[in-house]
Design a protein around this ligand. Structure first.
Ligand code: NAP
Length: 541
C-alpha cells in the first residue's frame, strides 16, 4: 500500500487500468415509503445510476409492509439499501437483529446492493450463512465523523473490510483540511490497481473535491443529492451538478485538474465558467473549488502534473507570489498572483489576469458611454480612486497607473493604503477622508473590497452623496451583478462598470494560460451570459 502523503505519489500509470465508470448514486431520504419510491424515479430522470434507500430515515418503518412498496418492480434504478444505526451516524435506534433481518429481506426482494457497517458485518455474514443472492453486491462500510486517518490506517481498514467478504469497500472520513483528501485518493488509486471495488469519500466542505474527483482514481460510486437541501452527508453536491456542472461522466485517469483556491470559495462562479469553457473546446479537464487554509501545504500535497493549474482568490493571492517557482514580472510588481500554471517540468508559474480584466472592462465601459480619443486610454490623466489595498486593489492601482491615470488609494487600514500609495506613487486616504473628497470633476472610482458582496447586499463602501463626485464607478464585487454601489452611482448619473465584466475577462486570461488555446470571445460571452442569472447552476458546497 502506498504510504506517501502527496498526491504526486499517485502516478498516472497506476490509475490507467481499464475500469468501469464511476456511478452516480442519489440518496433517497424521504420519510414515507411511497415518497421514497418516487425519489427513485426522480433520480433516474436526473441521469443517476443508482439510488440509495435510507431505511433509517423512514418514519415508522415496517419492513414487511414497506419494503415491497419501495422495491416494487420494475424499479427505475438499481437500489442500494442502507439501514444506518445511530452508532454509525444514522437514525435507527432499535434492536440490531431486526435491522439486519430487514436488510436480508431487502436482498430477497431483489435489492442490487446492501450496505452493512463494518462493525456489524461478521454478524450479518453469519445470518446470511452464504445465502446472499447472486445479483446482490454487499457493501461493507466504515464512517469516521472526526478525521481522516493516515494512509497506513486507511490501508488497514481496507484490508479489514475485505476480510469480511465484502464485494465493495466503502470508507467515508472527515476532512479537517483539504490535504486530508490526498490520502483518500491514494487509497482509491491503490485499490484500483488491485481491482478492489471501493467507494472512498471525505465529508464536509474541505473534503468536497473527493466527491467530484474520485472517478479519476477509479472509485466505484459517488453520491449526489436529488436537490439542494436533501443531502445525506455534509457538503454532498447535487447529482445535477456532478453530471452537468462537473461533467463527471468525462472524468478519467488522464483528466487534468484545475480549480479555484480560496477561503471562502463557495460563492465563486469560476467552476461554472471554466468547466463549460473546457467542455466547449473538448479539453479533458475539470475545475473544482478548493477550500484551502494553508496554501503552501496545499501546493506541496497536490503537486502532481495532474493538478495542472489554479485560480487564486481571497485570502491567498499575495501568498501565491511566494509559493510560485516563477512569477510573471507584472504579477510580481502588483504583488498578487491570481493564476498559477504548472509547467511540464512541474514548476509553478504565477500570473495576474485581474489587472488586464479590470482595466479593459473600465476602458470599454467609458468608451461605450462617452466620446473618447481612440489613440489613448480613456484613463490617461484622470484621477482614479481605488478603495481597498488587497490583491484586487493592487491590480487596479497598478493597471490604472500603467494607463496614465493619477491614482489615489483609500483603505480601511490606513497603513496599507500608504504602503500601496508609496509603491505606485500616489496619495493615500482613510475611508472617512473619502466621504468629502472632491478635488476635481470627472473622477473614476473603483471598489476592490468585498463590501456589498452577497449576502451583505445592503452594504456599500461610499455614501450616495459622495458618489455624486464621480463620473465613472467600477465595483469588483460581482455577486450580485448590480451592487448597491453601482445602483446608487447610476442614480447619480455615473457610468457604471460591473465586476462581472472583470470576472469574465480575467477568466479569459486564465483559460489561455490553462489550456494554451486562444479564447473565442463570442463563445466565452455566450457561456457567461447566464452567470448573473440567479437560477444559474451554482457549485454547492
Ligand atoms: P483581499 O486581498 O483580502 O483584500 C481585501 C481588501 O478589502 C482590503 O483592502 C481590506 O482592507 C478591504 N476590506 C475587507 N473587508 C472590509 C470591510 N468590511 N470594510 C472596509 N474594507 C474592507 O481581497 P481581494 O482578493 O483584493 O478581493 C477583494 C474583492 O474583490 C472581493 O470581493 C473579490 O470577490 C473581488 N474580486 C473580484 C474579481 C472579479 O473578477 N470581479 C477579481 C478579484 C477580486 P484591510 O486592508 O483594512 O483589511
Amino acid at each position: 500500500m502506498a504510504t506517501a502523503m502527496s498526491v504526486s505519489a499517485v502516478s498516472p500509470a497506476a490509475t490507467a487500468v481499464a475500469r468501469p465508470r464511476t456511478l452516480v448514486c442519489v440518496p433517497a431520504t424521504a420519510r414515507a415509503p411511497r415518497e421514497m419510491a418516487a425519489e427513485l424515479a426522480a433520480a433516474a430522470a436526473l441521469g443517476a445510476d443508482v439510488a440509495e434507500l435510507r431505511l433509517d430515515l423512514l418514519a415508522g418503518f415496517a419492513p414487511r409492509r414497506d419494503l415491497p412498496i419501495i422495491l416494487a418492480e420494475p424499479r427505475p434504478l438499481p437500489a442500494l439499501v442502507t439501514y444506518r444505526p445511530k452508532w454509525e451516524g444514522g437514525e435507527y435506534e432499535g434492536d440490531d437483529e431486526r435491522r439486519l433481518e430487514a436488510l436480508m429481506l431487502a436482498m430477497e426482494l431483489g435489492a442490487e446492493y446492501v450496505d452493512i457497517e463494518l462493525k456489524a458485518a461478521d454478524k450479518f455474514m453469519r445470518l446470511l450463512s452464504g445465502k446472499k443472492p447472486e445479483n446482490c453486491k454487499l457493501i461493507v462500510s466504515s464512517h469516521n465523523y472526526e478525521n481522516t486517518p493516515s494512509a497506513e490506517e486507511l490501508a488497514d481498514l481496507v484490508a479489514q473490510i475485505q476480510a469480511t467478504g465484502a464485494d465493495i469497500v466503502k470508507i467515508a472520513t472527515t476532512a479537517t483540511e483539504i490535504v486530508d483528501v490526498a490520502r483518500m485518493f491514494q487509497i482509491l488509486a491503490h485499490c484500483q490497481e488491485k481491482q478492489v471495488p471501493i467507494i472512498g469519500l471525505v465529508m464536509n466542505e474541505r473534503g468536497f473535491i473527493s466527491r467530484v474527483l474520485c472517478p479519476k482514481y477509479g472509485a466505484y460510486l459517488t453520491f449526489g443529492s436529488l436537490e439542494k437541501g436533501r443531502e445525506s452527508a455534509p457538503a454532498q453536491p447535487t447529482a445535477a451538478d456532478l453530471i452537468n456542472l462537473y461533467n463527471i461522466r468525462q472524468i478519467g485517469p488522464d483528466t487534468k485538474v484545475f480549480g479555484i483556491i480560496g477561503k471562502p470559495v463557495g460563492h465563486s462562479k469560476s467552476p461554472i465558467l471554466h468547466n463549460e469553457a473546457f467542455r466547449s473546446v473538448g479539453f479533458n479537464a475539470v475545475y473544482v473549488p478548493f477550500l484551502v487554509d494553508d496554501l503552501a501545504k496545499f501546493l506541496n500535497t497536490y503537486s502532481s502534473p495532474d493538478f495542472a493549474g489554479f485560480s487564486c482568490t481571497i485570502p491567498h493571492k499575495e501568498a501565491a507570489v511566494r509559493c510560485c517557482d516563477e512569477v510573471d514580472p507584472i504579477a510580481r510588481d502588483i504583488g498578487a498572483v491570481n493564476t498559477m500554471v504548472r509547467r511540464p517540468d512541474g514548476k509553478l508559474v504565477g500570473y495576474n489576469t485581474d489587472y488586464v480584466g479590470a482595466i479593459s472592462a473600465i476602458e470599454d465601459g467609458i468608451r461605450a458611454s462617452q466620446q473618447t480619443d481612440p489613440t489613448t486610454s480613456p484613463l490617461a490623466g484622470r484621477l482614479f480612486v481605488v478603495i481597498g489595498a488587497g490583491g484586487a486593489g493592487k491590480a487596479l492601482a497598478y493597471g490604472a497607473k500603467e494607463k496614465g491615470a493619477r491614482v489615489v488609494i483609500a483603505n480601511r487600514t490606513f497603513a496599507r493604503a500608504q504602503e500601496l500609495g508609496n509603491l505606485i506613487g500616489g496619495p493615500a486616504l482613510t475611508l472617512a477622508d473619502l466621504e468629502n473628497y472632491h478635488p476635481e470633476e470627472g473622477m473614476i472610482l473603483a471598489n476592490t473590497t468585498a463590501i456589498g458582496m452577497h449576502p451583505n447586499v445592503n452594504e456599500t463602501p461610499l455614501s450616495k452623496q459622495a458618489l455624486k463626485s464621480y463620473a465613472v464607478v467600477f465595483d469588483a464585487v460581482y455577486t450580485p451583478k448590480e451592487t448597491r454601489l453601482l445602483r446608487e452611482a447610476a442614480e447619480c448619473g455615473a457610468t457604471v462598470v460591473s465586476g462581472l465584466e472583470m470576472f469574465i475577462r480575467q477568466a479569459m486570461g486564465q483559460f489561455e494560460h490553462f489550456t494554451g488555446m486562444p479564447v473565442d470571445n463570442e463563445n466565452f460571452q455566450a457561456i457567461t451570459s447566464s452567470l448573473d442569472n440567479p437560477n444559474t447552476m451554482k457549485p454547492r458546497l
